[in-house]
Design a protein around this ligand. Structure first.
Ligand code: CMC
Length: 378
C-alpha cells in the first residue's frame, strides 16, 4: 500500500470526485453546476438553486413549480417534534436544537430505502421544508411563545422570516434573505460537507447525515464565524479602535473572525455580493455604524495580511445583513444551515451514486508493547 505524507486538516487531499460546485481560490471564482454564483444570485431563487445542486440541472418551469409546491406542502412539523422542542432549554444554542431536531426526524421517518428515487425525493423535500420551521419554532418557544404555522401564501424565504417574527417581511428584506441562502447553499469539500459525506457513506439515513453536518457547521472556524464577527464588531465599537484591535490580534497570533479561507486567497466572491446586499438594506432601512467599522477592518487587514492572501470570507458581511433584519445573532449559523442543507443533500445523493465507505488511515504516533499495570500499583 502506498504510504502518504500526513497533511493536518487534509489540506489539498481530494476526499471525493464531485460535479456539484467549483472554486478557484486565486481568481475568486465559485460555480454551482458550472454556473457562476454572481449569475445565480442575480437571477435564481433559493429553491431553484437547491434543485440545480441536488438534481444537477436547472428545473423546467413545470419541474420548479412542482418542487416548490411539494416543499410548501411539507413545511409543517409534527406536533410531537414541536413538543419535544418545547422541552429544550431556552438557554441552549439554536444550532444544538437544530442538530437534535434534524436527528429526531429520523425517528419519525425511519423507513430507509436508499435505492428508491421516491424516498430520496421525499427526504430532500422534507429536510428543505422543515428545517426553517424547526429553527423558527425554537426561536418563538424559547421566548415562551407558541410557534406560528407556516404561511402558504408566502414563498420559502418570506415564510421563514414570517415564522420568525410573526409578521410578513418587507419584500426587499425577503428577496435579500433569499439571495443569502443561494450564496450559502454549497461550497465544495468544506468540513460540514465532508462530515455529511462520511456519514452518508455508511448508508445511514439522510436525517443522520444532515444532523452530523449541522454539528460540524456550528464551530467558530466554520459556520459559527458569522456570529463571532458581530461580537467582534461590537467589542471594537468604533472606527478608531480598528487598527489597535487588529495589531493586538496579530501580536497575540489570534485569528480575526470573518477573514481568511483555506481555498480563497483573494476576497471571497460571496463576501462581495453580501457587502452589496448590506448596502441595499442600509439604503432602505438606515445606516449601521458597524458597517463603517467593518469597512475599516477590511482596509487594515488587507494592508497587514494581504500578502498572506487573508481577505474577507462569506461570514464577514452576512452577519451585518442579518443584523439589519433584526435577526438574533445566535440564529445566523442555523440560517447558514437552512441554505447548506441543499449542498449536503446534493453530496448525499452523489455519494450514494458511487458509494464506498470512508475508511482513511492514520500515522500512528503512540507506544507499542506496554505492560498493563494493575490499578493498585499506578
Ligand atoms: N486572522 C489572522 N491570521 C489569519 C487568519 C485570520 N482570520 N486566517 C489565517 N491567518 C493566517 C494564519 O495565522 C497563518 O499564518 P502563518 O502562516 O504566519 O502561521 C496563515 O494565515 C494560514 O492560516 P491557517 O490557519 O493555517 O489557515 P487554514 O486554511 O487552516 O484556516 C480558516 C482557514 C478559515 C479556518 C482561518 O482563516 C480562520 O480561522 N479564519 C477565521 C475564522 C473564520 O472566519 N471562519 C469562516 C471560514 S469561511 C466560511 C466557513 O467555512 O464556514
Amino acid at each position: 500500500m502506498m504510504v502518504c505524507e500526513f497533511k493536518p486538516g487534509l489540506e489539498g487531499i481530494p476526499a471525493a470526485q464531485s460535479g456539484i460546485s467549483f472554486v478557484d481560490g486565486q481568481k475568486g471564482l465559485l460555480e454551482y453546476r458550472g454556473i457562476r454564483i454572481e449569475e445565480l444570485a442575480e437571477k435564481s431563487n433559493f429553491l431553484e438553486t437547491a434543485y440545480l445542486l441536488i438534481w444537477g440541472e436547472l428545473p423546467t418551469k413545470e419541474e420548479l413549480t412542482a418542487f416548490e409546491e411539494e416543499v410548501r406542502y411539507h413545511r409543517r412539523i409534527k406536533y410531537r417534534i414541536r413538543d419535544m422542542m418545547k422541552s429544550f432549554p431556552e438557554s441552549g444554542h439554536p444550532m444544538d436544537a437544530l442538530q437534535a431536531s434534524a436527528a429526531a426526524l429520523g425517528l419519525f421517518y425511519s423507513r430507509r430505502d436508499l435505492h428508491n428515487p421516491v424516498y430520496i425525493r421525499d427526504a430532500v423535500v422534507r429536510l428543505l421544508a422543515t428545517i426553517p420551521t424547526m429553527i423558527a419554532a425554537f426561536q418563538l418557544m424559547r421566548k415562551g411563545n407558541d410557534p406560528v404555522r407556516p404561511n402558504d401564501n408566502l414563498d420559502y424565504s418570506a415564510n421563514f422570516l414570517y415564522m420568525l417574527t410573526e409578521e410578513e417581511p418587507d419584500p426587499l428584506a425577503a428577496k435579500i434573505f433569499d439571495v443569502c441562502l443561494i450564496l450559502h447553499a454549497e461550497h465544495t469539500m468544506n468540513a460540514s460537507t465532508f462530515s455529511a459525506r462520511v456519514t452518508a457513506s455508511t448508508l445511514t439515513d439522510p436525517y443522520a447525515v444532515v444532523a452530523s453536518a449541522v454539528g460540524t457547521l456550528g464551530g467558530p472556524l466554520h459556520g459559527g464565524a458569522n456570529e463571532e464577527v458581530i461580537q467582534m464588531l461590537e467589542n471594537i465599537g468604533s472606527v478608531e479602535n480598528v487598527r489597535p484591535y487588529i495589531e493586538d490580534c496579530l501580536q497575540k497570533k489570534a485569528k480575526i473572525m470573518g477573514f481568511g479561507h483555506r481555498v480563497y486567497k483573494v476576497k471571497d466572491p460571496r463576501a462581495t455580493i453580501l457587502q452589496n446586499l448590506a448596502e441595499q438594506l442600509f439604503a432602505k432601512f438606515g445606516q449601521d455604524k458597524y458597517y463603517d467599522i467593518a469597512q475599516e477592518m477590511e482596509r487594515v487587514v488587507a494592508e497587514k495580511l494581504g500578502h498572506k492572501g487573508i481577505y474577507p470570507n462569506v461570514d464577514f458581511y452576512s452577519g451585518l445583513v442579518y443584523r439589519k433584519m433584526e435577526i438574533p445573532t445566535d440564529l445566523f449559523t442555523p440560517i447558514f444551515a437552512i441554505a447548506r442543507v441543499a449542498g449536503w443533500l446534493a453530496h448525499w445523493k452523489e455519494q450514494l451514486a458511487e458509494n464506498r465507505i470512508f475508511r482513511p488511515t492514520q500515522v500512528y504516533s503512540g507506544l507499542h508493547g506496554m505492560e498493563y499495570t494493575p490499578l493498585n500499583q499506578r
